[in-house]
Design a protein. Structure first.
Length: 428
C-alpha cells in the first residue's frame, strides 16, 4: 500500500500545482519562500495547539492551523474527501484514533520509518496509545495526547449513598446510589460516536468485544449478541428507566451534564467523562473540594472495567509535497514538551509515561488523579480497530439509539444488522 501511494504521489505532482490556487492554503510557501505546512486540528486545545504550531515552525517551514468541525464524524468526512482527492495541501492531521486504520488502509497516511518510527513509538509511549498508531506492522501516525474516561462525582453524594471510595464501583451501584439519593448519572447517549464509546466500554468490561478478527475487514466476526452485549443493554435500559437518568439522556454529549455536577439545588451527579473535566471545574473554588474521581464503573461486579481510550494521533498526508518536513513537524508537536503543555493548559493528557512524572504535571494535578489517568489509558478498552470502523459505528448507533428503546433484543438485532452492513446487504 505504501509503495502504491508513492507512485500515485509522483503522478499527481503536476496536477497538484495546477490546483494550488483554488484550494485552501494549498500552495506550499509564502512570499518569503518558506514552505507552509497545513495542520488540520479539531477544536480541542486550540490555544495551545496554535502555540505549538509557532514553536515547531522552522527556518524551512511555517505550520499553519486549519480548524476542523467540532463533530468527529464531520472531521472524518472533511479529511477523507481531501485525501481521496489526493490533496497535496493536507500535510498534518489531528486524527481520532478510530480513523487511523481506515486512512492507513486507504493509503492516505505516510508511514514513519526507521529511526523516526522508533522515536514516535519508543518505550515511553503508553501501550494503549501506541497501539492506536500501528497498522499492518507500520507506524502510520504519532500519538499526541491520550484520552480516557473516569467516573467524576460529588463526594457528598457518594458518602450519602454509602459508597466506599476505596472499592471499585459497578454501573448498578452508581445508578442505584444516584436514584436513591436524588442525584443523576451523566453519560453520552446522543446518536453519535461517544454513544458507541459507552456501549463498547461496557461490553469489554463484561469480557466481550463488539467484533473479533477485525483484521479480516468486512469478514470480521460480529460478537455483540453475547452475554457481554446483554449486560451492556441491561445497564443502558436500567439507567433510561431510572429516576437517575438526566432529562436530556437521548441527546446527551460530553458537555450537557457538566453543569449538573454542582447545581444550584440538589446533590449533583455521577458522570463518566474525559480527562478535560478536571480543568473545567478547577476554577469553581466553592465546590471544587467536593469533586471526586474513580475508575470507570465496572460492568460486572468483580471484573475490572475497561475504560474508553481516545485522544489524538498526528497523521501525515501521503500526498503532501513536504513529507519529510511534515513528519519532522509531527515529531515536534508530539514531543514530551508539547504533551506537557497540552496536559497542563488544556487537560489533554499525555501519551508518554515520562510526562506523568514531570514536575509540571505533578504541580497541575493531584497525584492520585494522574495515576488514575495513566492506569486507565494503559488498561483501557479500545474500540474495534478496523478499516471499516465508520460503518461499524454508524450501524451500532442506528440500532442502539435511542437509549430508552434499548431492550434484551437489542444485541441480537444489532449483530444481525451489522453483519448485513458489512456484507453489503443493507445500507446505512
Amino acid at each position: 500500500m505504501r509503495s502504491g501511494s508513492r507512485r500515485r504521489r509522483t503522478g499527481v505532482a503536476v496536477a497538484a500545482l495546477a490546483l494550488c490556487s483554488s484550494m485552501l492554503a494549498a500552495c506550499s510557501g509564502d512570499d518569503s519562500g518558506k514552505a507552509t505546512l497545513n495542520w488540520y486540528i479539531n477544536p480541542d486545545g486550540q490555544e495551545t495547539l496554535n502555540k505549538l504550531a509557532d514553536d515547531c515552525s522552522t527556518d524551512d517551514y511555517d505550520i499553519e492551523i486549519q480548524l476542523l468541525p467540532a463533530s468527529a464524524t464531520d472531521q472524518r468526512t472533511q479529511l477523507a474527501r481531501r485525501l481521496a482527492a489526493e490533496d497535496s495541501s493536507t500535510d498534518l492531521m489531528s486524527l481520532d484514533p478510530v480513523f487511523v486504520p481506515e486512512f492507513a488502509n486507504a493509503g492516505w497516511l505516510a508511514p514513519f520509518e526507521g529511526d523516526l518510527a522508533d522515536e514516535v513509538v519508543d518505550d515511553d509511549v503508553l501501550e494503549g496509545a501506541a497501539d492506536t498508531v500501528m497498522w499492518e506492522d507500520e507506524v502510520v501516525a504519532a500519538p499526541q495526547w491520550a484520552n480516557t474516561q473516569v467516573l467524576w462525582y460529588r463526594k457528598s453524594l457518594a458518602e450519602a449513598a454509602g459508597l466506599d471510595p476505596e472499592q471499585p464501583w459497578t454501573w448498578d451501584q452508581v445508578i442505584e446510589a444516584a436514584a436513591e439519593n436524588g442525584g443523576t448519572v451523566g453519560v453520552q447517549a446522543n446518536r453519535y460516536e461517544a454513544y458507541v464509546v459507552w456501549i463498547n466500554a461496557m461490553i469489554m468490561g463484561a469480557g466481550g468485544q463488539m467484533l473479533e478478527d477485525t483484521e479480516a475487514g468486512r469478514d470480521a466476526k460480529v460478537t455483540i449478541d453475547t452475554e457481554a452485549g446483554a449486560e451492556a443493554a441491561r445497564i443502558i435500559a436500567k439507567l433510561a428507566d431510572s429516576p437517575a437518568a438526566q432529562a436530556d439522556l437521548t441527546v446527551s454529549n460530553e458537555g450537557t451534564s457538566l453543569g449538573q455536577m454542582f447545581p444550584e439545588e440538589g446533590p449533583g451527579e455521577f458522570m463518566v467523562n474525559w480527562t478535560f473535566v478536571y480543568k473545567n471545574y478547577e476554577g469553581q473554588v466553592d465546590q471544587f473540594d467536593d469533586l471526586g474521581w474513580a475508575r470507570y464503573p465496572a460492568t460486572v461486579e468483580g471484573e475490572e472495567s475497561r475504560p474508553p481510550i481516545g485522544g489524538i494521533d498526528i497523521g501525515v498526508g501521503a500526498y503532501s509535497e513536504n513529507l519529510e518536513w511534515a513528519q519532522q513537524a509531527a515529531v515536534c508537536v508530539t514531543s514530551p514538551e508539547a504533551q506537557s503543555q497540552l496536559a497542563v493548559n488544556e487537560g489533554l493528557m499525555p501519551s508518554r509515561g515520562s510526562v506523568y512524572d514531570s514536575d509540571e504535571l505533578k504541580e497541575a494535578y493531584p497525584a492520585d488523579l494522574l495515576e488514575l489517568f495513566r492506569n486507565s489509558i494503559d488498561g483501557g478498552g479500545p474500540r474495534p480497530k478496523s478499516a471499516f470502523y465508520s460503518q461499524i459505528s454508524s450501524a451500532v448507533q442506528s440500532v442502539w439509539h435511542s437509549p430508552d428503546s434499548v431492550s434484551e433484543d437489542t444485541p441480537g438485532r444489532s449483530e444481525s444488522f451489522l453483519n448485513d452492513v458489512l456484507d453489503g446487504k443493507r445500507l446505512l
